[in-house]
Design a protein around this ligand. Structure first.
Ligand code: NAP
Length: 487
């Protein structure tokens, strides 16, 4: 590993202001998943501290809501510039706390900053409209107002992008926010919030609360009465707990939850494009992505050629510390994940799956698992019915289009799906019939700042990114204007 990268990453970690709230008492440990070494000890904030943070964000939000859209847009544009300018620092912190290879961390920094630029632009778009009362005598004007103080809860897998995808639209429309990052990866969010302040965001507007007690803090915040919106990205189990609390206190909710994406390759697919797309959809972020290809369904006629090409390309993944040159597959997040993957592979093989590549967890230190390909995975195996969240590809084969669609939809989840076919009619028809919020057609990437990211069924409620993502932070109001002289 290059010493200068180790040194710069140490400097980046040392630059993180761990307690901007100034209210920390106890601390907890954050570890580098590639080495298992402790890299920071941020404050383990209490419920009382979280409530102080909420009061600050709420107060600052009231003043921020009265600023002009032009001002908020200018601040976000400055934030975009600063995030890009500080990309080295951000990427190094992401790799050290989350593990992804440095090149992918740079990709996340740009993707995350793009949300800030997008919402800097979107802040200026007109909102509201004008309608005539069909019975005459009045005109109806609708406006969109900032919803109020928001609670933003983010996962560990994209610590920067999941934060900016929520913070930027909240700031753009005029809301204050309490942000609660995952305890495994709180550092990137602290840097992002610091950069927002450098850009001109009022100091109290975005409060980052680090804690090991996420359940206690978030339930206290949800019950407080000042939180008007919760936006959560994480597992479906925790999402439904939060939805229960939101129902109790009538809080508007956005839920970006778990996935189980089918990736369907038809006989008439372009083989190279399907292989490349499947590798990207499987290995991006080490497979630790809610839109990762979870079930790869391949039609009989192309299956042998696809599996061969796919296993070969997966075998090119270079496993190691994300800071090391040439590494394309970093560690997974923790030891629990490694043990889970080993169990999934063992179960699938015991039930008759063919292990075509990988399958093992190299010795530590660090939490590593090889890029793995399983073919002919039996329907009853655990891996066919779970969100893998790691670098293991589970392939099954199918005969007809109807069979593929039925299997693709046979899960409670509905986040992303992928279709590979050179027939535009077939690709669109199958995409229409998939019960998912997003479909990649002949490509393995769906995320884009201009796209409404989100799922159906147990994969969530609401959308992030795009204009739709902005509306999640607004309330609609209307004014009914009596009009003299109008029929
Ligand atoms: P997770 O365990 O649900 O945690 C997500 C966040 O919720 C973390 O900040 C976590 O904090 C917090 N949390 C945990 N228990 C909580 C509780 N009782 N009340 C309030 N907050 C609580 O999920 P994860 O393991 O970090 O992330 C993986 C999951 O996220 C996968 O299912 C993946 O599909 C999903 N995901 C979805 C999307 C999407 O856009 N749909 C994007 C990325 C990931 P602590 O960890 O500190 O407890």
């Amino acid at each position: 590993m290059q010493q200068h990268l180790i040194d710069s990453s140490e400097a980046a970690l040392a630059s993180v202001a761990l307690d901007p709230l100034g209210l920390g008492t106890g601390t907890f440990e954050v570890r580098d998943p590639a080495t298992e070494r402790v890299i920071a000890t941020p404050p383990d904030h209490s419920v009382e501290t979280a409530l102080i943070a909420l009061a600050r964000a709420d107060e600052a939000g009231k003043a921020w809501a009265r600023t002009t859209a032009r001002h908020r847009s200018d601040v976000l544009h400055r934030a975009y510039g600063l995030l890009v300018e500080q990309r080295d620092r951000l990427a190094l912190v992401i790799t050290r706390e989350m593990g992804k290879p440095l090149a992918e961390a740079y990709g996340e920094v740009q993707y995350a900053a793009d949300y800030v630029r997008w919402y800097a632009e979107e802040a200026l778009r007109p909102s509201g409209n004008y309608r005539e009362n069909p019975a005459g005598g009045s005109t109806i004007l609708t406006t969109r107002a900032p919803i109020g103080t928001t609670l933003l809860i983010t996962p560990w897998n994209f610590p920067m992008a999941m934060a900016t995808r929520k913070i930027a639209p909240a700031i753009a429309v005029g809301c204050g926010a309490v942000v609660k990052p995952a305890a495994l990866t709180p550092l990137t969010t602290l840097v992002v919030a610091e950069i927002f302040v450098q850009a001109g965001v009022p100091e109290d507007l975005v409060q980052v609360v680090t804690t090991k007690n996420s359940a206690g803090l978030s339930s206290a915040l949800m019950a407080d009465g000042r939180v008007r919106k919760v936006s959560f990205t994480g597992s479906t189990g925790i999402g439904s707990v939060l939805l229960g609390q939101a129902a109790e206190h009538v809080i508007k909710s956005s839920m970006e939850l778990g996935g189980n994406a089918p990736l369907i390759v038809f006989d008439d697919a372009d083989l190279d494009r399907a292989v490349e797309g499947a590798v990207v959809a499987k290995l991006r972020n080490g497979g630790q992505s809610c839109v990762a290809a979870n079930r790869i369904l391949v039609q009989d006629g192309i299956a042998d050629a696809f599996v061969e090409g796919f296993a070969e390309r997966m075998g090119e993944a270079v496993l190691g510390n994300g800071l090391a040159e040439g590494v394309t597959l970093g560690p997974v997040i923790d030891d629990r994940a490694v043990r889970g993957f080993a169990g999934l592979v063992e179960d699938a093989v015991a039930r008759g799956a063919d292990l075509r590549l990988g399958g093992a967890a190299p010795e530590g230190p660090g939490h590593f698992f090889e890029a793995t390909v399983l073919d002919n995975v039996p329907a009853g195996s655990e891996i066919a019915n779970t969100e893998i969240f790691g670098p293991i590809a589970a392939i099954t084969r199918f005969g007809t289009e109807d069979e593929a669609i039925e299997r693709a939809n046979s899960t409670p989840f509905g986040l992303a799906g992928y279709v590979f076919s050179e027939s535009i009619d077939r690709a669109f028809e199958v995409a229409d019939r998939l019960d998912t919020g997003m479909v990649g057609i002949n490509q393995g990437i769906v995320s884009n700042v201009a796209a409404p990211f989100g799922g159906v069924k147990a994969s969530g409620l609401g959308r992030e990114g795009s204009g739709e993502g902005l509306e999640e932070y607004q309330e609609i109001r209307f004014y009914n204007l009596a009009r003299r002289g109008r029929p």
